[in-house]
Design a protein around this ligand. Structure first.
Ligand SMILES: Cc1ncc(COP(=O)(O)O)c(C=O)c1O
Length: 457
């Protein structure tokens, strides 16, 4: 008799797509500390943010409503690729010889190839509703820039993307995608902003950083007509828009009659992690046992080694002071290939939950993460983004633990993006040209000193 077929993909019909986002601010045991005006040290007012963001998103940023309706027009765009299936990685389980059940949500199936369009379409919609005609943004790996280019194209807005120079050089096809979706993408630091000019005067070969590109994009937004700035991670409303991932997964697990013991995501600014994890953290706050793990690079170990304090979100100090784990706004992360994880801070919501021990964080070396990515490709077939390989490293670790403990754990992770445009990194790894870069303790000391200048959360 033949073996019964093991289904690997678990679908939600389009009619079952969640209609509301989940706002964790309604349930946190310790509410988020407010962003501060760096000049006065007092909480900022919505008007302080008005030159940078549209008021409808500023209101969403501060909202403590538990459930927020997804506008019909946003749903219509999300349905272009959502719901994404919940998938079970049987081949990997077999390869690792683990009793753990390994599930994942594949966000690489979106048009831009990652989770980022989930918030890009929402942000483009709210800006258009507010009468904005043009958005500016930064991008590291190019995923966010292409996602916002897509969002703007779907809602008829212009888009300007400042792309971190090293990535601009490493990833020609990402900028081509942005162009295809009608956006203008230039390398940062650039000659097009005062901040960029200043940096280039001091260092003409500056490779750029996310913090610098954010500064340029904000300067452009506040000095141009009908223009606002859009951020692909870190802010509360971005975490909110991403919760559709975890909410879908919850429904899919319910239909399967299973529930994760461990939820894993990689952390740059924190948005794909928040997206998959927050609906499960909600249950954890309510008493359910579930372990939630954020995986970051040891080259940029924000949640695992940096201090928790107030710091600027960008290098030029143009943002309010945000309560977060931070390596310091002037920190220049080493040029590792997971460009989307090279951010000095972490979302205030993710940071507060880490402070409150509702989530935990681990860091992994570059070679270990690429090893996990290569194993995944050879066993499961797909090529994941270098950022996602950090989540994989944590999955491998947990699967091994389950084997040692002889426990049939259910692991869920977020496959935050595909890596088909990130092959340079894989090539460097396979050619033996990559090395591990971990941060010396002096760097961490420097960030502690910098953060100690600002108010304590
Ligand atoms: C595929 C992918 N995963 C993860 C990240 C990290 O960002 P976040 O922590 O906001 O999810 C990025 C950022 O560019 C990305 O492109």
């Amino acid at each position: 008799m033949s073996k019964p077929m093991q289904e690997q993909k678990f679908y939600l019909s389009q009619k079952e797509i969640p209609r509301q986002w989940y706002n964790i601010q309604a349930d946190m045991p310790n509410p988020l500390k407010p962003p501060l005006n760096p000049k006065t040290g007092k909480p900022i007012s919505p008007d302080d943010l008005a030159p940078v963001f549209p008021m409808n998103l500023i209101e969403q940023e501060a909202s403590t409503e538990r459930w927020i309706d997804i506008p019909e027009e946003v749903l219509e765009k999300l349905l272009l690729w959502r719901p994404t299936p919940l998938q079970r990685a049987y081949a990997l389980e077999k390869f690792l010889n683990t009793p753990a059940k390994i599930y994942f949500k594949d966000e690489g199936t979106s048009p831009a190839g990652s989770h980022k369009p989930n918030t890009a379409v929402a942000q483009a919609y709210y800006n258009r509703e507010f009468g904005i005609k043009r958005l500016t943004t930064e991008t590291g790996a190019g995923q966010w820039g292409s996602a916002l280019s897509l969002g703007c194209s779907l809602f008829g807005l212009e888009c300007k993307v400042y792309m971190v120079r090293v990535s601009f050089q490493q990833k020609p096809y990402r900028k081509m995608l942005m162009r295809l979706w009608g956006a203008n993408c230039i390398p940062s630091p650039s000659e097009e902003t005062n901040f960029g000019k200043k940096v280039l005067q001091e260092d003409p070969d500056c490779p750029g950083s996310l913090g610098m590109a954010i500064s340029e994009a904000i300067e452009d937004a506040v000095t141009s007509e009908n223009t606002r700035y859009s951020l692909g991670s870190v802010l509360n409303h971005v975490m909110l828009h991403q919760t559709i991932i975890g909410l879908e997964a919850e429904k899919q697990f319910k239909a399967l009659g299973d529930y994760p013991d461990v939820v894993i995501g990689c952390v740059g600014g924190g948005s794909n992690f928040a997206g998959i994890a927050f609906p499960f953290v909600k249950e954890k706050i309510a008493g359910k046992e579930v372990q939630v793990i954020g995986a970051e690079p040891s080259a940029c170990p924000t949640l695992t080694r940096a201090p928790f304090g107030y710091d600027f979100g960008d290098t030029a100090q143009s943002t309010p002071l945000l309560p977060m784990y931070s390596l310091g706004h002037s920190f220049m992360p080493p040029g590792i290939h997971a460009g989307g994880l090279r951010y000095h801070g972490a979302a205030p919501l993710v940071s507060q939950l880490a402070e409150d021990k509702l989530i935990e964080a681990r860091n992994y070396d570059q070679l270990q993460t690429y090893q996990a990515g290569v194993t995944w490709a050879r066993v499961q077939g797909s090529v994941v983004a270098p950022e996602t390989t950090h989540a994989l490293a944590a999955v491998f670790e947990e699967a091994k633990k389950a084997k040692e403990e002889g426990k049939e754990k259910t692991i869920l992770f977020n496959l935050s993006g595909h890596g088909l445009m990130d092959l340079t990194g894989y090539e460097a790894y396979l050619d033996g040209k990559l090395s591990d870069v971990s941060l010396p303790e002096e760097e961490i000391e420097k960030s502690k000193q910098l953060i100690s200048k600002y108010p304590k959360p």
